[in-house]
Design a protein around this ligand. Structure first.
Ligand code: IMP
Length: 433
């Protein structure tokens, strides 16, 4: 097993950062494949908190290259800030960062358009990082790529061509178009950022392919979660990229036949940020208690996350979409000290029982969750082995494993690296236990 994809199995914020950090121990290279600074990965190492938005969560392991795949949309200024913060902590040394030259660039007008759209009724509730508009430009074949930051005239032409299309849209939303001086500044800032990033920019696809061919352990890190996937998520309440495992192949140009294993990450409960359907959502005191216990506030926007019970039909959908071989269960400790824990085990829709969450938002609105209830358990933060888990906790975990249809690779009982019950080796040979 040498190529492993770690992917969010819910609506993002599943705790991928901690799992990627742990798995990087045995990896040679870590590759982030989708999205941009909409993601926020919180790592707790030696009691210290580090948040990354663009650089993969494997960054805390010196000597292991971190790659930003071509499928990403990169805000160069955010990336520079992140590089500087990480380097000030002695991380990201020479040769440890590679930025795909074909990744797309987020420019200030992407954010401006998005903010204008988000101010309107019925908005998606995005992170306002310009992700959607940058991907729109990409598929519209007018996007600015990292490589364009080294061609002054081409960049100028591209920015002006984009603005010719976007200024009427800005006006339509009641916004002010940029002045000429502002546009000139955007261009010169982008060129300067390009120069700052130049030592790290290169052919990410070839680099990753060569690593894979050499048999090195390559770990792909997904961003957001399966249910936010542009094609298969709860559209239109999704992000604008392929968040599922297939996105790793798309982003770096490696073929699906090269992937050895896919591990999904799921929390022991569910959260969602922004708008969109969330049938197991809790409200009032129950939601507040879960939010406080789990620290469920966005790492990128600080927004309080919507909280609810684990949705197993949604998890099954995530397992199918990414062909997950197994799962990592995170934040199990957050459910400690509750009188009762519930999980949605099926949906009823039009007289039928569904074992997967429907993805059409109107169907989801009509679907009725069917819950199973489990007796609660005490604190788990000191538990390090499966055998030491309280019987009530084991019953809950086993019920999830059975309904998800794939085994657990690890169970996390706290944010620190050490607060982990390891069950299977992600790079181990055995495909199924
Ligand atoms: P965008 O990715 O900023 O366009 O936002 C689209 C939707 O995806 C919104 O509901 C966001 O809250 C959600 N989203 C984007 N990135 C993340 C993430 O990293 N975690 C959780 N939700 C996210």
């Amino acid at each position: 097993m040498s190529v492993v994809i770690v992917v969010g199995a819910q609506w993002g914020d599943e705790g991928k950062g901690k799992v990627v950090d742990l798995y990087t121990e045995a990896a040679d290279t870590v590759v982030r494949y989708g999205g941009g600074a909409n993601a926020g990965h919180t790592l707790v190492i030696g009691g210290q908190k580090i948040v990354t938005h663009l650089v993969p969560s494997g960054v805390c392991h010196p000597g292991k290259p971190c790659v930003l795949g071509d499928g990403m949309v990169i805000d160069p200024h955010t990336l520079i800030e992140e590089i500087e913060t990480l380097q000030a902590r002695g991380l990201l040394g020479h040769g440890e960062l590679l930025i795909g030259q074909d990744a797309h660039v987020i420019l200030p007008y992407h954010r401006r358009i998005e903010v204008l759209r988000e101010e309107r009724k019925g908005a998606i509730g995005t992170t306002r990082r310009g992700i959607g508009p940058a991907y729109e430009a990409k598929v519209g074949r007018r996007g600015v790529r990292i490589r364009d930051l080294y061609r002054r005239e081409r960049l100028r032409e591209l920015v002006h061509a984009n603005l010719d299309e976007l200024v009427p849209v800005m006006r339509h939303y009641g916004g002010d178009p940029p002045t000429d001086a502002e546009v000139d500044r955007w261009i010169s800032d982008a060129l300067a950022a390009g120069e700052r990033l130049r030592p790290y920019v290169g052919d990410a696809g070839r680099f990753v392919a060569a690593k894979v061919a050499s048999g090195a352990h390559v770990l792909f890190e997904g961003a957001q979660g399966s249910l936010l996937d542009i094609d298969h998520g709860t559209y239109p309440f999704v992000t604008s990229s392929s968040t599922i495992a297939a996105g790793a192949c798309q982003s770096t140009g490696i073929g699906p036949s090269k992937v050895d294993r896919v591990i999904g990450i799921t929390k022991a409960y569910a959260t969602r940020v922004g708008g969109g359907p969330f049938p197991t959502e809790l409200h009032g005191e129950a939601a507040d208690a879960l939010r406080t216990a789990g620290g469920e506030f966005g790492a990128t926007t600080g927004r309080p996350r919507r909280c609810g019970w684990l949705d197993l039909p949604a998890l099954r959908l995530g397992v199918r979409l990414s062909g997950m071989d197994g799962l990592a269960l995170t934040k199990l400790d957050v459910l400690a000290n509750m009188a009762e824990v519930a999980a949605c085990v099926a949906y009823k829709l039009d007289g039928k029982e569904l074992d997967e969450l429907p993805t059409d938002v109107d169907d989801i609105a009509r679907a009725e969750p069917v819950y199973a209830r489990f007796p609660g358990w005490g604190p788990l933060r000191n538990v390090r082995t499966w055998d030491d888990l309280p019987p009530a906790t084991k019953r809950y975990v086993e019920a999830i494993e059975k309904l998800a249809g794939v085994p657990f690779y690890l169970v996390s009982v706290g944010p620190d690296r050490t607060e982990t019950i390891t069950l299977r080796d992600p790079f181990g040979e055995q495909r199924r236990a």
